[in-house]
Each structure stands twice: as structure tokens, then as C-alpha cells.
Design a protein around this ligand. Structure first.
Ligand SMILES: C[S@@+](CC[C@H](N)C(=O)[O-])C[C@H]1O[C@@H](n2cnc3c(N)ncnc32)[C@H](O)[C@@H]1O
Length: 237
């Protein structure tokens, strides 16, 4: 929540609002952890079609160099990491997710050259300039501040590093209706984004070569995949 209030008690109000925001975000994070810890044992089976389609669309746009280092944000049960590992066996893979149970399911897949870490996408526990590629599938509609996550991605990417993000696309009516329901009924869900907003967020946070494709994976459901790059001239950390 970005609220700026200026009056005589500025400091006091600001600190109350900041505390509210912290509590609100903590509650949202708890809701995501609870939801996915609960869903983890069933996740792969229940969402198999959706997982397979998003992996395929993401892989289509992925071009990784051998021996490079890739991070999957919100890696969940590790299906995308597993698919990447099969196609690029020499790549060092790191997955981060809020939910321990989702990561436990990923661990059971014994994905070669992979490390799984619990953590928050908006405060990535990695050194600056340490990854060649960052991917993320089906996570951005949970993020309260996607800009903050993209800034973190830019920080940890090496100059010239690539970003591939696949998520629901708000430009499709079914997704918009689902978004409205989930906002009312599901505390974990935050909001879905459309192609233009996605492009703006990426450009405003300093990404270059921004390109967003939107497409349907069946008669009803629409997704988008964003490709972008960190500039080669390093201006971060
Ligand atoms: C719909 S699942 C997607 C999992 C996997 N990427 C896939 O496509 O199958 C969303 C995942 O994002 C994780 N997640 C949501 N918000 C997150 C955040 N702020 N930081 C890290 N992980 C997050 C959830 O715990 C969950 O595992």
C-alpha cells in the first residue's frame, strides 16, 4: 500500500500506516503459505494440464547457455525446474518459494544440480549480479508489489541477464472474472495484470528488450509470457 499523507502529525500517521502495511503484507504472505502448504500434496495432479501448458510456453521462449545459473521464483513443486534440467543438464538451478511443503514436493523429484530455498520473491536472498536467467510461472498474481520483485530480479541478474515470466493475463474475460472472485474469496490472491501493465512494470524498473506475448491455452483460459533483459551496462549493486 503506497500512501503518502502530509499533515502536522505526519510522522505518527506515516508510522501507523507503515505498520498497517507490514501487518497486511504479513497476513497475505501467511495466507499464501497456508494455501500452498495445504495444496502441495495434490498440486501436481490437480493442476497437471495448466502446469504442462505453462511449462511448454515458458520453455519455448527460454534460451539458456550451458553451465549458466538460473533462478525460478515461486518454483512450487519444481515442475519447471525439472523440465529445464532435462533440456539443459549442465545448468545450475535454484528454486525459491514461500511454501515449505511445495518445496518438499520439489525435493522428491531429485532434480539434478538444483538447490531449493524458502524465501520471499520481494527480498531475494542472493548476491547482486549472480544469475544469468530468472524464470517465474504462475506467481505474479500473488505479488502485492510486482515492481519490487522485478527490481530484485534486476539486482541479482548479471548484466545482460534474461527474464521470462509466465502468468495469467487480465486481458482475457475469463481471467478477469476469476480475478474478481478470487479477490473477494481468497486472501492469498492479490490481482492479475494485463499485457500493457506488465510491459510498463518491466520498462519502469529498468528492463530492456521487453516483449510480452498473450495467448490462450484452451477455449477459455488466457496467459501471457513476458521476456525482458537487464541492461548490459551494470548500474545496480
Ligand atoms: C500457482 S503456484 C505456481 C508454482 C509453480 N511455479 C508452477 O507453475 O507450477 C504459486 C507458487 O508461488 C509461491 N509464491 C507466491 N507468492 C510468493 C512470493 N512472494 N515469494 C515466493 N513464492 C511465492 C507459492 O508458494 C506457490 O508455490
Amino acid at each position: 500500500m503506497e500512501i503518502k499523507i502530509t499533515n502536522a502529525n505526519n510522522n505518527k500517521i506515516d508510522s501507523v500506516l507503515a505498520m498497517d502495511t507490514v501487518n497486511h503484507n504479513a497476513a497475505r504472505t501467511d495466507a499464501i503459505i497456508r494455501e500452498y502448504n495445504h495444496l502441495a500434496p495434490e498440486y501436481d495432479r490437480r493442476w497437471s494440464f495448466y502446469i504442462a501448458e505453462t511449462i511448454q510456453e515458458t520453455l519455448k521462449r527460454l534460451d539458456i547457455k550451458p553451465d549458466s545459473k538460473l533462478l525460478d521464483i515461486g518454483c512450487g513443486t519444481g515442475s519447471l525446474l525439472q523440465a529445464i534440467s532435462l533440456r539443459y543438464p549442465s545448468v545450475c538451478l535454484v528454486g525459491i518459494d514461500l511454501s515449505r511443503e511445495m518445496l518438499k514436493a520439489a525435493h522428491k523429484k531429485h532434480i539434478k544440480k538444483s538447490h531449493l530455498i524458502t524465501g520471499q520473491s520481494q527480498e531475494l536472498p542472493f548476491r547482486s549480479n549472480s544469475f544469468d536467467t530468472v524464470v517465474s510461472c504462475n506467481v505474479f498474481h500473488y505479488l502485492h508489489k510486482p515492481q519490487k520483485c522485478i527490481r530484485e530480479i534486476i539486482r541479482i541478474l548479471k548484466p545482460g541477464g534474461k527474464i521470462i515470466i509466465t502468468d495469467w493475463c487480465d486481458d482475457y474475460i475469463a481471467c478477469r472474472i476469476c480475478d474478481l472472485f478470487l479477490r473477494l474469496l481468497n486472501r492469498a490472491h492479490f490481482k492479475t495484470y494485463g499485457k500493457r501493465t506488465c510491459e510498463q512494470i518491466l520498462r519502469n524498473t529498468g528492463c530492456i528488450q521487453v516483449h510480452v506475448d498473450r495467448y490462450k491455452i484452451n477455449w477459455l483460459w488466457g496467459l501471457m509470457t513476458a521476456k525482458a533483459q537487464k541492461p548490459s551496462q551494470n548500474t545496480h549493486g
